[in-house]
Design a binder for this molecule. Structure first.
Ligand SMILES: [Zn+2]
Length: 340
């Protein structure tokens, strides 16, 4: 069968690999149909010295497909079911896993497509525990956005920031895969959404998605604009994933006692911050990485209710690298996926 493998920095090749054996007890064999691209793929593609991994590595961290075969003892799934796949091999028995906080697993074997072989292959055997059934009416390209894009946003906004109906939220990079998802999810519960974008075309699209206020961060200082729009009160929640370029401005946008949640730092890894501001303003800052299994179910349920991911481009598997280049270029509005 075919798999897309990384052989070195920026060296992706479609290769012939051995198909997996029939699924063992408690396992499900999935025919992968769609893989979502994320910044973690860009990091892997560029090469990250600190990531422990063996090359060649099958890429793809976020996927959906159809059940092809069931191992002994698997219940609740049937051959042909549409499923979304959790992208980290968590242990299933540590305290965190038992409590449903899978992304805090103490014995995680790694993130698929980054540390260990991922989903860009025709078939994969997975522990049934990490396979989530897709509700009727949700297509596989959309479902492939549940494990990372939607799941991450669901975890950030609702588990971590505890966003409530009627609150205000600033979503950075409103044209990104997670930015578009955050705008839709926040609007769906009646929040006021402020968003930043890098050009006016994206701004118009973000407004179409429902963002109430759009700021072009290249032509205006977003923190000044958000403070002006909120009559200097600030917002309840900031959804961060940009990092040093926006961090201090994001803090200035927060209400006293406001919550900042971050899952990324695409503009760099270090910054300085004013600690007096942190404690005097009583900010709550939460780091977020990945999501819980339940967040994938919640995301798929939202999709079934019509809160769908914004899809920028769907490529064939062989054009995965082209998709990553498009993701890096930032000329994107929504998610990039491959389908096969
Ligand atoms: Zn665990």
């Amino acid at each position: 069968m075919q798999a897309l493998q990384l052989f070195g920095d920026r060296d992706l090749r479609l290769t012939e690999v051995e198909a997996p054996p029939p699924p063992g007890p408690g396992e499900v064999q999935v025919r992968v149909r769609a893989v979502g691209l994320n910044f973690i793929d860009v990091w892997g593609f560029r090469g990250m010295a600190f990531a422990k991994r063996r090359l060649p590595l099958t890429v793809g961290a976020e996927a959906a497909g159809e059940v092809a075969a069931l191992g002994e003892g698997v219940t609740g799934l049937a051959v042909g079911d549409s499923v979304a796949l959790y992208g980290a091999q968590t242990c299933g028995h540590c305290k965190a896993c038992r409590e449903g906080r899978d992304n805090l697993c103490e014995e995680v074997a790694g993130v698929m497509g980054f540390h260990i072989d991922g989903f860009a292959r025709e078939r994969v055997n997975m522990p049934a525990r990490l396979v989530v059934k897709v509700p009727p009416g949700v297509g596989l390209v959309d479902a492939a956005c549940a494990p990372i894009a939607f799941g991450t946003v669901q975890h950030m906004l609702f588990d971590n920031a505890r966003l409530e109906p009627g609150e205000s939220v600033l979503v950075h990079a409103g044209g990104s895969g997670i930015g578009t998802a955050a705008i839709r999810m926040a609007k769906a519960i009646g929040c006021t959404v402020y968003t930043t974008v890098g050009d006016d075309e994206k701004g118009a699209k973000a407004a179409e998605l429902g963002a109430d206020h759009v700021v072009n961060y290249r032509t205006e200082r977003f923190e000044g604009e958000v403070r002006r729009l909120t009559k200097r009160k600030g917002v309840d929640v900031v959804f961060e994933h940009v990092g040093p370029d926006t961090w201090n401005g994001s803090l200035l946008c927060l209400k006293r006692g406001g919550r900042l949640v971050t899952c990324g730092s695409t503009s760099g890894v270090s910054t300085t911050m004013n600690l007096m501001q942190l404690f005097q303003q009583q900010y709550r800052i939460t780091g977020s990485f990945g999501c819980r299994l339940a967040n994938i179910r919640e995301s798929l349920d939202k999709m079934a209710q019509g809160i769908l991911p914004v899809v920028d481009t769907v490529y064939p598997l062989a054009a995965f690298a082209q998709g990553l280049e498009r993701l890096e270029s930032r000329k994107v509005f929504g998610k990039i996926l491959v389908e096969f």
